[in-house]
Write a protein that binds this ligand. Structure first.
Ligand code: HPA
Length: 247
């Protein structure tokens, strides 16, 4: 692993631990990334940070320019990308506040620009996506969580939905039958674009709520914010351990 990037999801719009930082605006063949990139030093490692929804949280999941985001990170010399993301918990044991390092994905999104391999091709190109996340980075995240003594769920199937609305209870029941343990709106096509670009990509997810129909009533947006805040404190400790272990 060399250069590392962190994509911050809902609740993580900047990294306070990023020191001596500067911002850089990158234009890409696919349009503009969600925001300027912030480049700095975090726990002794050089890190590029990008707020997935923009620093002011104005881009909904289906409007994020995933192609431009990943292309811009690659352009900055990054080869490793950690996605920090919010999810809802489907599996009964994944309650609000839980931190998860998923290992599989089912994609329910539609209509998103999802590939770099569509125009001016010398030949049709497919990628292997059997294991959608980078094994080496997943192991580094699990080791960092253990070193930080943060309890996490070390594997789960992430169901990627279109949003921005949350799901119906019936959709969540169907997703559970499909094998989904958690549900989020940004995991795809981010993961497959990272693979197309040859980036080592893994995710660390915070469960912000019980998925639709799994809690005691409607999903409250204020409660999501509170659970995210507490989960993200743990994620930051995991990131600190991971970065320190790379030095
Ligand atoms: N569904 C989809 N995405 C989410 C959820 C959810 O319940 N919670 C946080 N992101």
């Amino acid at each position: 692993m060399t250069g590392i990037a962190i994509i911050g999801g809902s609740g993580l719009y900047q990294l306070d631990a990023l020191e001596n930082s500067r911002t850089e605006t990158v234009s890409t063949p696919y349009g503009e990334p969600s925001d300027a990139l912030t480049i700095g030093s975090m726990h002794g490692e050089s890190v590029v940070f990008l707020a997935r929804h923009g620093t002011a949280h104005t881009l909904p999941p289906h409007r994020v320019n995933y192609r431009a985001n990943l292309w811009a990170l690659k352009h900055m010399g990054v080869d490793t990308v950690i996605s920090v993301c919010a999810v809802g918990g489907i599996r009964a044991s994944i309650r609000a506040g839980t931190i998860i390092v998923p290992d599989q994905i089912i994609d329910y999104t539609w209509g998103r620009e999802h590939t770099l391999y569509e125009q001016d091709l010398a030949e049709v190109t497919h990628i292997d996506f059997t294991e959608p996340y980078c094994a080496e980075l997943r192991q580094a995240l699990l080791a960092a969580a253990a070193a930080a003594a943060i309890e996490i769920v070390p594997g789960a199937t992430y169901g990627a939905t279109q949003g921005p609305r949350l799901e119906t209870a019936a959709e969540i029941n169907r997703m559970e039958k499909d094998g989904c343990d958690i549900v989020g709106m940004t995991g795809m096509p981010e993961a497959s674009l990272a693979r197309e670009l040859g980036l080592c990509y893994a995710a660390v997810a915070v469960s912000a709520n019980d998925a639709a129909g799994r809690g005691t009533g409607p999903i409250e947006m204020d409660a999501i914010k509170r659970w995210l805040e507490s989960g993200l404190r743990g994620v930051k400790l995991i990131l600190q351990q991971l970065l320190q272990a790379r030095r």
